[in-house]
Every structure is written in C-alpha cells, then in structure tokens.
Write a protein that binds this ligand. Structure first.
Ligand SMILES: [Zn+2]
Length: 338
C-alpha cells in the first residue's frame, strides 16, 4: 500500500503526473501569481526529490534545466517522486530581477512565516509544500548579474552522504559552503533534507554547457538514489575535486577591466589575470593571482569600481588534481569549444 502524497491539497497517486499551480499572491491588477509545480510520481515508492530554480528570479538557467529534466525519457521508469519547481521566485522572474518587489532576497528569508513579508510568505509556502514533502533536494543557481560561474556544486561537506551525492555531478569542482542565515540550505539542515546547490553560468543568460552539466548531474544523482535505471552504455564521467578554500580578487581601483584569464583557467600565484586601465591607456594596473587555483567565477562587466569583486578563485590541496577533472569536463561538454 503506497503512502498518500498530497501537495497544495492535491493528492497524487502512484504513476500519476500532475501540474499544480500554488497560489502565492494576487498582483496589483488582481490576477493571481502562482508558483508552477510538476509532480511526477512513479508507480513504486522511493525517494522524493525536489529540484528547484529561480529562487533568485533572474537566474534562468535552472528553469531550462528543469524544462529538459521533466520531459526526459528516463522518467518513464521513475521510482519515487520528482517535484519540479522551475520558478520559485515568480515575482522576480517576471520582472527580470533577483529580488521580490519589496527588494527582499528570498534566499535570506527562509523558513519564512505565513504572516510575514511577501518573501517570508513565499518562503513559508515553499517549506510547507515542497520541502515538507521531500526527502532530498537540488537547488539551482547562477552567478548574479554580469557575473558567470564555472559549473560547480556547493554543499555541506561535513556530511558524508551529501558529499557522495555532490560527487555524482559532472563538475570540475565542489565547494564546502558555509551556511548562510535564511537560506534554503539552512532550512534543509533543520528539516533533515540533504540539499545540493548547483551553480553555473550567469543571471539572465542561457549557457548550453551549464544547462547540460546541470541536467546530467541531476540525472546522475537520481541514478544514485535509484530513482531511475543505471546507464547501460559506458558514459564519460567527471571526477570533481573538492576545493580546499576559495577567495575573491577585488579591484584596487575603478576603471576599465580587461580580462586576460578566462573562466576555468588554472592559475599560479602571481599570474596576471587582467588589468584595469583608463580610457586613454595611460594607466595599467595589473591584477595578479594571490594564490594558485582555478577561476570558478568572474565579472563579465568591463567596468569596475574600486572594491568590486572580479575573480573568484578556488584553491586545492594539490593543484594538479583539478587539471584532470577539467580535462574530463571539457571532453564531456566541449567546454573549450564554446
Ligand atoms: Zn542565486
């Protein structure tokens, strides 16, 4: 006898797929704003995995990853339940912004409350209806506006089980990320729902490598959870390296930024990564790597203010270890060919 599965008052039976619009609020014009959810329940019980995107409304890559995921052929043999939430911050998505209309950041508003701000209410709905129904979660993010990230997973690596799931992703690097107050990750720990954060690409842009890498990683995690059948053909895998640490390089001075090292470059201490110039080229300030590592994120905007974060660099216990995972990543997704 299967357990009942109820979301937003809708019961979903074994083998059923349902699209459910969860009411969030009315807009100024009194039309409803709903959070769209697809629930795909396999015939057999198993893990209940939620995959969500656009908690930051302008981080659209995850929307496309989920769009491809829910029509994937492997789901025909699904065991357990997939809860797909392509757009959590529906307000931000419709307005091309990270935030809610009151400028609040949804990923600082968890667990929320039914009587708080709009962000708190939306967070509360997500925790009650989505996380409350799940055993595992994957949350998809991108860099913020004008910033792009190399595909990477961030998770709580003190937890061996979460680390093993994170390693299923075909990404070059995994980061042990501190838990931020009010984030979905913080609430996932309280709810005992193992959560992985996949980060790739830039806000408001599609990036095919980021999309394919994310989709492939989610399917690999589902395989590991035995929600979908194992692959029979031999497929290329990437063995991600856990970063020891990471740091940001900030602009010492405002000006025009010229990037010399691209995303995914391995850099050595002292390497010139770019320079800041003035419009007439009279001044050229070099930006150098403070420590050896891998560029996992950088600014795409060629204009910087003093103090702006320009390069995000992950460091490793053994620098050479990440070279192989980068090569494998390139082989699998043609990263260099972009
Ligand atoms: Zn985000």
């Amino acid at each position: 006898m299967s357990e009942p599965f109820v979301i937003n008052g809708v019961q979903i039976g074994p083998g059923e797929t349902r699209d459910i619009d969860i009411f969030v609020a009315k807009q100024y014009d009194f039309t409803d704003l709903d959070m769209p959810v697809r629930v795909i329940r396999g015939r057999e019980d198993g893990p209940r995995l939620f995959v969500c995107a656009a908690i930051h409304g302008d981080e659209v890559i995850g929307v496309e990853i989920i769009r491809r995921l829910i029509s994937h052929k492997y789901l025909r043999k699904l065991k357990g339940t997939l809860i797909a939430v392509p757009i959590v911050n529906v307000f931000g998505f419709n307005n091309l912004t990270r935030y809610l209309p009151d400028r609040r950041d949804l990923n600082r508003s968890f667990p929320g409350s039914p009587n708080g701000s709009l962000a708190a209410r939306l967070a509360h709905i997500f925790v009650e209806e989505i996380m409350g129904n799940a055993t595992h979660g994957i949350d998809i993010h991108t860099g913020s506006r004008h910033r792009t990230n190399l595909p990477q997973v961030r998770a709580c690596l003190q937890d061996k089980y979460i680390t093993a799931l994170a390693k299923e992703f075909d990404v070059p690097v995994i980061l042990d990320a501190d838990i931020i107050d009010g984030s979905l990750r913080e609430v996932s720990v309280k709810h005992n729902v193992p959560l992985l954060v996949f980060e790739a690409g830039e806000a408001l842009r599609y990036d095919e490598v980021a999309i394919r890498s994310g989709l492939s990683g989610i399917l690999a995690v589902m395989r590991r959870l035995e929600m979908i059948p194992p692959v029979t053909a031999k497929t290329k895998r990437v063995d991600p390296i856990i970063a020891k640490d990471r740091y940001w390089i900030r602009a010492d001075q405002s000006g025009i930024l010229i990037i010399k090292k691209r995303l995914g470059s391995i850099v050595n201490e002292g390497d010139v990564l770019g320079r800041i110039s003035d419009p007439l080229g009279n001044h050229n300030i070099e930006i150098r790597a403070e420590r050896s590592g891998l560029i996992i994120g950088y600014s795409q905007l060629p204009l910087v203010n003093r103090g702006d974060a320009i390069f995000h660099i992950a460091t490793f216990a053994k620098q050479s270890s990440v070279e192989k995972s980068l090569t494998d990543f390139d082989d699998k997704f043609d990263y260099e060919e972009r």
